[in-house]
Every structure is written in C-alpha cells, then in structure tokens.
Design a protein around this ligand. Structure first.
Ligand SMILES: [Zn+2]
Ligand SMILES: [Zn+2]
Length: 375
C-alpha cells in the first residue's frame, strides 16, 4: 500500500515529505491507518544520528496509534476497526528465552528485536520505517489493544515513555514502603511519577528546573528536590531505594548516586551515552547498584496501557500537525516543552496530494510469522 510519511536522508537535513510502499499484509499481520504518533526524544537522536547508528533514510516514530484496516489470515485478536497501538518493536525471533519470557527487547535471535524504525539490517533485512506515516503493518504479536478508556491521542506516549518507566518500576517492586526518586521530568519522567505513585511508592521528583515544580505537584509527587539547591541535595543523601533516571543527555550522575540508599539502585532508562567521572566509592561503601533497562516487552506494554486506563494515568500531550515536526524537535531539544508532542496524522493525509514527496525503497519489517525471510 502507498504510504505518505516524513523522513530524512541524512543527519543534517530537516524531515521532509516522503512516500513508499508498505508490503502487503502477510499471514499473521495487521495493517492500520495511523491516527496519531508521539514524538519521542529518541526520534530526534536517531534522525540527527546522535548515536552514530542511524540507517538512512530515517522515518521515525514508535508511539503509534491506529485503526485496523486489514488483517492477514490467522489473525485472532484483532479485527478491522479496532483501535490499536504499535510501540518500539515490530518483530523478534519469538523463540529465544527473552522472547518466550515476554521481553522481546532483549531478543537474542539472529536479528535481535526488529525496531519499529531504524530496524536491523543484518543478516538479511534492509530498514524499517516508523509511525511518522499514514499507515503501518505489524505482526499480530506486536500489536497492542488500546483500552476504551484512553483517548487515542493520549495513548501513543504510553507505548514508549510509559513502558520504559513501568518496566524498571515493576522490576524493582516499586510500591508501598519504597522510596522512589524520578530524575528528569520530561516525557518519561512525568509518566514515571504517575505510575510509581499509582503503584503505592513514596515518590520524589528530582529536577533542575524550578518552573516544573507546580506540574510535578499536579502529577502527584510527594516531594520535589531542586538539583540546583546543594543543601537539599546533600540532605537527601542515601534516601532513595530507587533513583530512576530518565535524563537523556550527558550529565554528572554522582549527585544521583549519592542520593541512592544502601543496597539501593540508580537505574538509567534515558541515557544512551557514556558516564564520565563516576565516583565508585559510594557504591562500595553502601553496596549500591547501577543498572539500566531498555523499553519493555510487548506483554508489559499491554500491561501498562491497562494500568494507565485503570489508574487514570495520562501523558501530558500537545497535538501538532505533521509539518510542524521540525519546530517540535527544536522545542524538545531546548526543553521548552510541556512533555509530549503528538502528531495528528490526519494533517498529513489531508496535505499529501499537494506535497512533493521523495519516493523511498519499500521498508523491511523483519521475518514473517512463519519464520520465512523478510519480503
Ligand atoms: Zn521512544
Ligand atoms: Zn528472541
């Protein structure tokens, strides 16, 4: 099917209209019209090649909400008209231990997990194109049900920002009696505060910007520490069982480690860069742990959608038109953003016939459900 999208051929060009054919629905796959797609910080890093691993051309977007338009043979859980979501992955081997335990993001199969965009090229794939596009095709196992209670324009960020924080909060049993600090109050952090609070933990927000204090309170945090206030930071030494850091840029992690309790954990979900000048002494003297995790599996993605529906948790979103994407990128980079931008994909559908679009090669989407090679 012909798809309109926004993408870029290299790290320095702005995102521009493109078009390509998504391969027809195969057995076990679901096709959808994309209604909304959240703008994740990863989209910017990937489009600008900040991690040095971008496969060009790059069509970002992995917070996808759509309406099912077609299902392949054998699809059991979805029908035409269903409201569905696609998160950070579209495929995996389905047979390794990680996949069998529902943690496809750690797939050890030959291609690993196939990411929704910038998917793996080896050994036989090409590239995947994400949700900044009018239509999507995904294997049934990677398709999520959007609960009725969640507004379609609010569901997207739960598929990445939501599950990325839900996964470690569950892993560390955040709940009653646990003191949890959330560092960095942006797209991930503002979901983490709400989720940790709903799990029953005592939640403190760690932020560098005083202007976010009121919002933090509205999100339900019990406490907030301004990282610029040295006295407050010092007073919090050893306080938190878990410091969940969602900060996506290089920064001094030592104050956060200092706040981590004896036997506690400093856990990274947003930092894809090396940590420099890490003081190991606090780890040794108080047996502190430093670890990280990547998004969450499909099972937990469904779980966090249902959890957000049940506990009335929503991301703060602001709707934008597709052609406003470059402005949105700039706002996110300058942190001048009230949490999550969500692209209203009807704006691209409406404009598509007028746009001059570059035609891209058809995307890959990983191995077929029958184990065959990508078409
Ligand atoms: Zn993301
Ligand atoms: Zn696997």
């Amino acid at each position: 099917m012909k798809v309109h999208a926004y993408g870029t051929p290299d790290a320095s060009s702005p995102l521009k209209p493109v078009q390509f054919d998504r391969p027809d629905v195969r057995s076990g796959e679901v096709a959808m019209e994309v209604l909304h797609c959240g703008v994740c910080h990863s989209d910017i890093h990937q489009a600008r090649d900040d991690w040095g691993n971008t496969v060009w051309p790059c069509v970002p977007g992995h917070e996808i909400v759509g309406r099912v338009t077609e299902v392949g043979s054998g699809v059991k859980r979805f029908s035409v008209g269903d409201l569905v979501g696609v998160g950070c992955m579209v495929n995996s081997c389905q047979t390794c231990d990680a996949c069998k335990s529902g943690e496809e993001q750690y797939c050890t199969g030959p291609r690993g997990a196939t990411l929704t965009y910038n998917g793996p090229t080896a050994p036989d794939g090409t590239n995947t194109y994400g949700g900044y596009s009018t239509a999507m095709v995904v294997r049934e196992e990677f398709c999520l049900t959007i609960p009725d209670a969640i507004e379609p324009e609010k569901a997207g960020p739960i598929l990445c920002a939501g599950v990325t924080t839900y996964h470690p909060l569950r892993y560390h049993d955040a709940g009653p009696g646990k003191k949890v600090a959330i560092a960095g109050i942006g797209g991930l952090g503002h979901m983490a505060i709400q989720i940790a609070k709903a799990m029953g933990a005592h939640v403190t927000a760690l932020t560098t910007s005083a202007s976010k204090e009121k919002l933090i309170e509205e999100l339900g945090a019990d406490d907030v520490i301004l990282m610029k206030d040295e006295d407050e930071v010092e007073a919090a030494e050893g306080r938190f069982d878990l410091v969940l850091s969602t900060i996506p840029y290089a920064h001094d992690v030592n104050p956060y480690l200092a706040m981590t309790a004896h036997d506690g954990t400093l856990h990274f979900v947003g930092l894809f860069m090396p940590i420099e000048e890490l003081a190991t002494m606090p780890m040794l003297f108080k047996r502190k742990k430093i670890m990280g995790s990547l998004i969450g599996g499909v099972k937990q993605t469904q779980e966090v959608l249902d959890f957000c529906a049940k506990h009335d948790i929503r991301p703060e979103t602001q709707s934008i038109a597709m052609d406003e994407i470059e402005d949105a990128f700039e706002r996110v980079k300058s942190e001048d953003v009230r949490f999550r931008h969500v692209i209203d994909m009807s704006t691209l559908r409406a404009a598509a016939s007028q746009l001059e679009a570059t035609t891209l090669e058809a995307p890959d989407r990983g191995m077929a459900a029958d184990g065959g090679k990508a078409s």
